[in-house]
Ligand binder design. Sequence first.
Ligand code: GLN
Ligand code: ZN
Length: 765
Amino acid sequence: MLTNTLGYPRIGNQRELKKACENYWAGKITLNELQDVAKSIKLTNWQLQKDAGIDLIPSNDFSLYDQVLDLTLTLGAIPTRYAGLTDGNLTDLYFAMARGNQKDGNDVTAMEMTKWFDTNYHYIVPEFYKEQQFSLLSDKAVDEFREAKEQGIITKPVLIAPVSYLLLGKEKEEGFNRISLFERLLPVYIELIGRLVDAGAEWIQLDEPFLALGTDAEAKACILKTYEAIRKAYPSLKILLATYFEGLGENAAFAARLPVCALHIDLVRNPEQLDSVLPVLPENVSLSLGVVDGRNIWKNDYQESLKLIAKAKDKLGANRVIVSPSCSLLHSPCDLTAETNEEVLTPEIKQWLAFARQKLDEVVVLKQLANSENITFAANALKVNIATIETRKTSTLIHDAAVKQRVAAITDADANRNSSFNTRKQLQGKELNLPLFPTTTIGSFPQTKEVRSWRAQFKNGDITQKQYDALLKKETEETIRFQEEAGLDVLVHGEFERNDMVEYFGEKLSGFAFTKNGWVQSYGSRCVKPPVIYGDVSRPEPMTVYWTEYAQSLTDKPVKGMLTGPVTILQWSFVRNDQPRDITCTQIALAIRDEVTDLEKAGVKVIQIDEPAIREGLPLKKEDWGQYLDWAIRAFRISASGVADATQIHTHMCYSEFNDIIEDIAAMDADVITIECSRSQMELLDAFANFNYPNDIGPGVYDIHSPRVPSQGEMIVLLEKAQAVLPANQLWVNPDCGLKTRHWDETKKALIAMVGAAKALRETV
Ligand code: GLN
Ligand code: ZN
C-alpha cells in the first residue's frame, strides 16, 4: 500500500513566495533571489513530504504564479501580443502573460483569469487560435524533477493532461473547436514526458479533472488516445491518472479501463463512486483513494476513511491501494502548528483542525492502520482521533439548541416579504421620495493608507477604541458630506470600520473562528485567509447598527445599511462538514435577518445585502444547480424578509453572466439589484430585459477596477443603452462595485460625473 499527494501548497509557511514575487515585480530583488526563495520552498516541501512518509511525492506542482500558465509557457502557447517580450528571460515573459506589461514603451494586457473549478483558486486561461502551434519552450517540469533528485528524492512530476488543458482554455477566434488542436498538442506532451523519463521519472501524474465532469465523445476519444500514446512510447512509465472535485459518474468504467497504472478518485466529494469504480477496475490498475479532504481544514475521521480503505483493500488487495488526499493540498493552509496564539484560535477548536502539513500525517497513519504497519503508534493515533472526533460531535461550543430550533421553525412566511413588489415600490416611493434614476454607490469608499493604519494601530493596542472610533467617525462624516455635495440620492457610511466584507461579520458572529496564518493562494501572489465556521451561527449583538445609525444622524438623505449576505459569508469561509451546507447557510441567514430588522428599528430605510458569491457557489454539474439555488435563494430571502414593505432591500452582485440563473435572481425579490455591467457595455442587462425582470436595477455605469475617471458623456451613453431595454422608472445609477480600492481624487471626480449623467438623463424624460 502506497501513500500519495497530488500537490502541496507553494506559497511558503510565511507566504515567502508572495513577498518574493512582489519584491521582484517592484524591482527590489533580482531574478536569482526570487529563484532562491522558490527553490527553498520546493526543497522544504519535498523533504517534508518525504519525512512524513509519503511515497509518491509530486513535483512541478510548484509555480511562481499559476500551474496552468506554467504549462502554457512549457508548451509554447504564447499569444502573439507577447511577441515583443520573448527575447528577454522566460520568467519576465511569464509574468507579463500573468499580469500584463507596461514597461519600456510596451503596453500589453494580461491573459484572462478564471476560477479553478469550484475552488477559490484562479488560473490563467490558455488562449487558442485556429493556427495554434505547440512546441516545448520551458523545461520547468524536468528542471524541478532534477532539483528534487539532487536532494535524493525521486518525485512524481505532475502535468495537466492534454485534453483537460485544452478544455481549460478558450478559443480566441471563431470557426474552430479547441479540441481539434489535440493532434498537434499530443506529440509535444510525448516529447515532454520523454524528457522526464530520460531524467529518471518512474511515475507521472496526469490530471484529468474533466473526466469527473462529464465529457463528450470527442473529448473521451482524445483522452483514450492520450494514454494509449504514452503507454506505447514509454511502456514502463507508471501513470497516475487524477480526477477530483466530483465523482466519475457515468465515466467510471471508461476511466477505469484507460491504460494507466493508477486511477485517483475524490472520495470526499463523492464517496459513493468507490462502489462503481471497484467492480470495473482491471487487475493491473491501482486505485488512489482521496479520503483526506484537500479543500477543508477539518481533521479526518479515521474510522470513516478506514471503512473506505478496507473496502478497497478487500477487493483489490493491499498492493493495489494508494492512500491520498482528495485533491491537491494547494487549497489548504500550510501548517496548523503556526497557530500559536490561543486567543485567536482556542485549543478546543484547534484540536479539530488539520492543515496541509497535518494532512500528510493523516494519510500516512491511515495507510499504517489499514495495512497493519507501525502498529502501536498507529493504534494510539486512532484512539486520539476517535476521542477528538467525539469531542467535536458533542461540544457545547458547536451545538446551540436555540439556533437549531429556530432553523427548524422557519416557515414560508419567513422567506416572503409581506406584499408584492409593486405594492412595496409605491410605499417605498412615498417614504424615500427619490427622483427618477436615483443615484447611489455600492458601499465602500476609499480604504486609504490612513484608514488601514488606524485599524492596525487599534489591533496592536497603540490607540484606544475611543481614539479609533473618533478617527472613523471623522472619515465617515467627511464621506457623508462629500456625497451630499455631489448630490447622491441614497448615501452610504463608507465601510471604513471593515477589514473585509466576510471577516468583519464573522468576527461578530458566534460559531466563527479565525487563524493568524491560515493563508490559501487565491491567484498569483494574492492569498486569502477564510474564517472557519465551526459551530451553530448566531448574532449575539448588532453588528452594523452603530455605524449606520451614526451616519444617518449626520444627514437628512437616506443612508443605506450595508450587510454581507448569507451565501457569500458561507462561500468565502471554511465551512463545517458535520452538517449540510444549506443548514449552515440558513443559520447565517437568520443572523443577518436579525441585523436587518435591528437596522430597520434604528430608522434605516434602505438596507443592502451583498451577495457577490451566489454564482460562484453553483455546483460543477448543471444537474445539481437547481437544488443549490433553491436553498441559496431561500437563505437570501430569509435574511431580507423580516422588514416592512416600506423598507427597501437592495442586493449587489459583481460577476458577469446572469442569463442561465436569471429566474433565480428574480426570485431573490430584492427591491433593487445593483450589478457589474460597464465592462460588458450593458450587455449583461439583456438577460434582465429578456426576462422582463420586474424589480429595480442599477447597472454599474463605470468600472471601479481602474483608476480611470469616466466622463459624464460615456455614462450617459451607457444609461441610454440601459434605457433602450428597460423602462426608465426601473433604473438606478451607480458604479460597478465598492470603491475601497480607489483613491479619493478619482472617486470624487467619477461620482460627480455620474450624478451629472443621471441629472442630464432626467431632463430627457
Ligand atoms: N459593499 C461591498 C463594497 O462596497 C461590496 C463588495 C463586493 O461586491 N465584493 O465593498
Ligand atoms: Zn461588487
